[in-house]
Design a protein around this ligand. Structure first.
Ligand SMILES: [Zn+2]
Length: 255
């Protein structure tokens, strides 16, 4: 993964060396494990089974290294998970879309700077948001894969890097669920902006092609931004055709 090297270095510096919040740059960052999410936290009291010495040492070591990326104050400004919403992908089958945070300041500016100007200083903030995504219930590395929204070769050449690929690699690490690359983008739709929802959908309907058969039945689709969910819906439709019944995918995700 040669492409990841520069991002990994910047991330390593932000996460382990720079003690300042990656958003305000004023306060000290707080380990993400100590920050609450927008969801009610799970009560883990009483589960003392994993408190062996080695596990305790591991957690202490990890805690020592992981200084976090945002301060508690900035975290609370982006910590609220939006309500998930469903889109239909086939008869009797729908896709649940869960965003990591709202598409608003400061996340909107960060994703635009990252995506359009390859601004790596925004990467830690985006990673912080990705780590807020709860792993879908029942999904693990043996029964699920993450499918990142594919891009066209043209767009990849023009942009020079693949922002969705980089973000999805981080999600894969966070959830410990592998990425699967079995779908190609075959359209050259430059922009969906300014089109109605119906126009977007018909435009997108033939935008993807499977190159392999999915290895598992649980496919977790990922995109960097989902406002209406039209692209994810179209990708979901293509993938659903790979299965004969309707138990295809459940949740999916967006930063
Ligand atoms: Zn801050």
């Amino acid at each position: 993964m040669r492409r990841l090297a520069p991002y990994q270095t910047g991330l390593w510096l932000a996460e382990y060396v720079d003690i300042h919040c990656q958003l305000c740059r004023i306060y000290r960052s707080t380990p993400q494990s100590q920050l609450s999410s927008g969801k009610p936290s799970l009560n883990t009291t009483g589960s003392s089974s994993d408190h062996s010495l080695s596990s305790r040492l591991y957690h202490q070591f990890h805690h020592h290294l992981n200084k976090g990326l945002l301060c508690a104050y900035c975290h609370h400004s982006v910590a609220w998970l939006p309500e998930p919403f469903d889109v239909d992908i086939a008869v009797g089958s729908s896709l649940t879309i869960q965003a990591a945070t709202y598409y608003d300041y400061p996340m909107r500016e960060a994703i635009r700077a990252f995506k359009h100007h390859e601004d790596m200083t925004k990467f830690p903030l985006l990673l912080h948001a990705i780590r807020q995504l709860p792993r879908p219930h029942g999904c693990h590395h043996d029964n699920s894969v993450i499918v990142a929204m594919p891009t066209t070769n043209q767009r990849l050449i023009k942009r020079g890097f693949d922002p969705v690929g980089i973000l999805s690699a981080q999600l894969s690490k966070h959830w410990r669920i592998p990425l699967w690359h079995g779908v190609q983008r075959i359209d050259d739709t430059v922009s969906q902006q300014g089109l109605t929802r119906a126009e977007r959908l018909s435009n997108l309907d033939n935008a993807f092609a499977l190159t392999k058969t999915p290895p598992v039945r649980r496919l977790l689709l990922f995109d960097d931004v989902a406002t209406t969910g039209a692209s994810l819906q179209a990708l979901g439709r293509t993938l659903s055709r790979a299965f004969t019944d309707t138990t295809l995918n459940s949740p999916l995700v967006v930063a």
